[in-house]
Design a protein around this ligand. Structure first.
Ligand code: UD1
Length: 422
């Protein structure tokens, strides 16, 4: 068990280099199997989830090692198509290996994936879409058994919802298809674009990624490649929220500004001044934050559900009333009772939270219930009066690289306590 002790009330100031994107790195690590070659992935964040993906790669028979900020994967030695339940349960993205292994071996055996407890998170869309590509999937004794006797056919996939993971699973499988695959109602997240760019760098022919229609031509991508992973837009937005809540002034380097467009109006409505130049972004917080317009989480380019919790922490110390509607996951308000322990005024009815801003939060012992909820509590703790203890920060480590080091470099009072070692 690990926790953060945060001495709140210090203004964040300075500059920060943004980590590579977790949600890009995970599908790209799964995609290395499909390329069957050596991949050098630069700016690959060192996170609990990327380490879990590397353990899966090694189990399959690949060589996967980290050298500084790079991960090097050699996939030509891959030989297994089964993944034990313990590895599958470490994260949600393990399900992407289903499409990847079926593409390479014509079969795969995996259990249901784990991941943050933010809702039911079924995989029905993944399974139905892979079936369309010629992969027969059955469930036996808690295992998903995928079998593509005639190889991956390819085909027309129409997703009932633009699921990020299902879009990625189809892409991973379809690059080894015999015919063209078209995905309609595809997810448009920047991480989908990044996965396509990586696969194209390996010789694939994928067009339209980032739009709602993606076309994957049947070309075996077998080239080795070096690729730099996209900067993490959610990590960037989280540090912006932390700075905004502490009256701070920070510069973020290595951001893809255009990928942050869905959240920039939120900061501007809150009274922050955001200026950008190339891949650098500066945020200057106002003296007092203002409540933003109602926030409704939506698939990209809508407001990201992954930033909803930190945005709500910000609204909890803004002047006025904020409204948050969560439309993507069923259980994504678990940070609310924790923020209330810190003095926030929030009421929830179904998927709507109403936040009545208070002038200041106060420190309290709180529990990170999932990755983004944990990040929101860290932001709240940085702004709060007195000391906040955030328990369960292993969840924060799933997605934020060296979070406390970054925050300390900006002037925060935060330290990690490893409780077993106390
Ligand atoms: C990805 C992101 C996660 C983000 C989410 C939504 C990664 C590693 N994770 O998760 O950080 O919060 O997108 O932007 O990239 N659904 C089904 N059936 C399915 C698949 C999804 O009903 O087969 C539902 C989910 O339960 C959820 C919604 O669709 O309610 C969105 O899920 P999806 O877009 O698939 O999210 P993930 O890929 O799991």
């Amino acid at each position: 068990m690990e926790k953060y002790i945060i001495e709140g009330g210090r203004r964040l100031e300075g500059s920060l280099q943004i980590q590579g994107s977790k949600n890009s790195a995970l599908p790209i690590l799964a995609a290395t199997v499909v390329t069957g070659e050596t991949s050098i992935l630069r700016r690959c964040p060192d996170l609990r989830d990327t380490r879990a993906a590397m353990r899966i790669l090694r189990h399959i028979g690949c060589a996967a090692e980290r050298v500084g900020g790079q991960v090097i994967v050699r996939a030509d030695t891959a030989k297994r198509y089964d993944i034990p339940g313990a590895l599958m349960r470490e994260m949600r993205s393990s399900i992407l290996f289903l499409g990847a292994l079926a593409a390479v071996f014509g079969r795969a055996e995996v259990s249901s994936p784990g991941g943050c407890a933010i809702g039911l998170r079924p995989i029905d869309i993944h399974l139905a879409a892979l079936e369309t590509l010629g992969v027969h999937i059955t469930q036996q004794g808690g295992q998903w058994i995928a079998y593509a006797p005639g190889g991956i056919t390819g085909g027309q996939v129409a997703l009932p919802f633009p699921s990020v993971g299902a879009t990625e699973n189809v892409m991973l499988c379809a690059v080894r298809g015999k015919q063209r695959t078209q995905i309609r109602n595809a997810a448009r997240e920047p991480e989908i674009r990044d996965l396509a760019q990586y696969l194209n760098a390996c010789g694939a022919d994928i067009r339209g990624a980032g739009s709602d229609t993606i076309v994957i031509e049947p070309v075996d991508p077998v080239r080795a490649c070096e690729y730099t992973i996209l900067p993490d837009r959610i990590a960037a937005a989280t540090y912006m929220a932390a700075a905004a809540m502490t009256g701070g002034d920070i510069v973020l380097r290595d951001v893809t500004v255009q990928d942050l467009w869905p959240v920039l109006p939120f900061f501007e409505q809150s009274g922050c001044r955001v200026t950008t130049q190339g891949d650098t972004l500066r945020l200057r917080a106002p003296h007092v934050l203002q409540s933003p317009n109602p926030v409704r989480t939506m698939p990209y380019p809508g407001f990201p559900t992954d930033f909803q919790a930190a945005a709500m922490a910000m609204a909890s110390v803004a002047q006025g009333t904020g409204v948050f509607v969560e439309t993507i996951f069923e259980s994504r308000f678990k940070h609310v009772p924790q923020l209330i322990r810190m003095g926030a005024h929030i009421t929830v009815q179904n998927n709507v939270a109403v936040v009545q801003g208070v002038p200041v939060l106060h420190g309290a012992p709180v529990q990170a219930t999932d990755l983004r909820a944990g990040a929101a509590l860290v932001c709240a703790g940085l702004a709060a009066r007195d000391v906040t203890e955030v328990q369960g920060i292993e969840l924060v480590d799933r997605g934020y690289e060296k979070m406390e080091d970054h925050l300390i470099s900006l002037g925060a009072g935060i330290r990690r306590i490893v409780q077993d070692a106390e």
